[in-house]
Design a binder for this molecule. Structure first.
Ligand SMILES: O=C(O)C1=C[C@@H](OP(=O)(O)O)[C@@H](O)[C@H](O)C1
Ligand SMILES: C=C(OP(=O)(O)O)C(=O)O
Length: 398
């Protein structure tokens, strides 16, 4: 149990490296011609999962937070455990469909109950895939250019996986069906593939031309979906937080959201600063940026005006049912909160002090609970899930 005293959070902190970019850069490096140096990694469980996933096809040297990666002749038989990383599971299952040989991708923990079937169904039109409890086995072969349709309202990682498969082979067309959820992550995949020289066009269809080559040395940018828990803790306690490092475009919209809620935010080359506090509610659709729901919900909990966070249906498919577990944190704070028709309605301020929070086995709920505990005082039952994305976070909330 981690207990945190209520009080102003004032300080300078390094921006946590973006997990989505770390994983995409490592995967692209393993599929590209030439050697890539990826700098600025933090060894979270999900980033380690991606290192395991690329090991059978790449030579990897690790030095501190730097990985030097180059493509090699793939092992004939491949087996690795992606643990709880949804992105690694879904991209590895797709990419290994295009690499001749047999691959067993193991997964566990919270990932056992998360969706993968739609992707397996689509891949079965191209290769043989078996889904077992806790593992997916793929019989890969060299594919020609392919065209597939896939549901877009469950996980954007299906689309990202198929984009990597196309880029690593002779190209392909992915047709997203239904509402496009978490679309900012598909754009991040396109950005990384383009950085590695692929042609990607995004319209009604996502068209990816094959062929990746190393851009040389790349730096992982900072992650605002994670860092915003520090910003919320600073703003909710009348403190001041300065985050140092380059910021990823992905999820940077959170800075505008916090500004619209009355916070003072300044940012420039290599830093973000936040002070003042939250004074206004917000009405925002976060269907494209699901990882911002937790920090924005906590910010909304600090103000009296009612906030609405829309587009959150697919948060039920994450490490926990985040519609339920976000509400759990808010209710423990003594905030009025409810979910109705894809929308979270939240009206603060917190009415309780010295609260006992639960991370519900979910890293982003653990981070939300730590930031909440900084504001009202209290304890978080189990912070081990936080190692999935940002192990060093615990050092900053003390
Ligand atoms: O592609 C990615 O790196 C991610 C996509 C999102 O998931 P879904 O596409 O499953 O919603 C996001 O919530 C997750 O944290 C990371
Ligand atoms: C859902 C997440 O990641 P993944 O889907 O890659 O497990 C997350 O980091 O919140």
């Amino acid at each position: 149990m981690l207990c945190i005293e209520a009080g102003r959070l004032v300080g300078r902190f390094p921006l946590p490296p973006s997990k989505p970019y770390s994983q995409r850069l490592l995967l692209a490096s393993a599929l590209a011609e030439g050697e890539t140096v990826v700098r600025g990694l933090e060894w979270s469980d999900d980033v380690v999962a991606m290192v395991r996933a690329i090991q059978p096809i790449a030579s990897i040297t690790l030095r501190g937070g730097t990985a030097v990666v180059s493509k090699r002749e793939p092992d004939k038989y491949r087996a690795f455990n992606v643990m709880e990383s949804g992105f690694t599971l879904r991209t590895a299952v797709a990419v290994y469909a295009g690499i001749p040989g047999l691959t067993a991708v193991y997964f566990g923990g919270t990932l056992r109950g998360r969706p993968i079937d739609e992707l397996v169904e689509v891949l079965r039109r191209l290769v043989s895939v078996s889904k077992l409890p806790g593992a997916v086995v793929i019989e890969g072969r060299r594919l020609g250019r392919f065209r597939v349709e896939i549901k877009a309202d469950v996980s954007s990682q299906y689309i990202s996986g198929l984009m990597f498969l196309a880029a690593a082979g002779d190209g392909g067309v992915v047709v997203p069906k239904g509402e496009r959820k978490s679309w900012s992550f598909v754009e991040a995949t396109a950005d990384v593939l383009r950085l590695f020289g692929a042609e990607v066009s995004m319209g009604d269809e996502v068209v990816v031309e094959g062929g990746l080559r190393s851009p040389g040395t790349v730096d992982v940018p900072g992650d605002l979906s994670l860092a915003s828990f520090l910003l919320v803790a600073g703003l909710a306690t009348g403190g001041k937080v300065r985050l140092e490092g380059a910021v990823a475009k992905l999820d940077a919209v959170v800075l505008d959201i916090f500004k619209s809620m009355g916070a003072d935010i300044a940012y420039g080359d290599g830093y973000v600063e936040a002070w003042g506090g939250f004074t206004k509610g917000v009405d925002v659709d976060l269907g494209g940026n699901p990882d911002l729901v937790m920090p924005v919900a906590l910010a909304a909990a600090m103000v009296e005006e009612q906030s609405a966070i829309r587009g959150v249906e697919h948060l039920r498919f994450k490490e926990s049912d985040r519609v339920a577990t976000v509400l759990d944190v808010l209710w423990r704070l003594g905030v009025d909160a409810r979910y109705e028709g894809g929308v979270l309605y939240i009206k603060g301020p917190p009415r309780r002090r010295d609260v006992r929070f639960s991370s519900s086995g979910d890293h982003r709920i653990g981070l939300m609970a730590m930031a909440a505990a900084k504001a009202v005082g209290g304890c978080v039952d189990d912070i081990s899930p936080v190692a999935k994305s940002w192990p060093s976070a615990v050092l900053y909330f003390k």
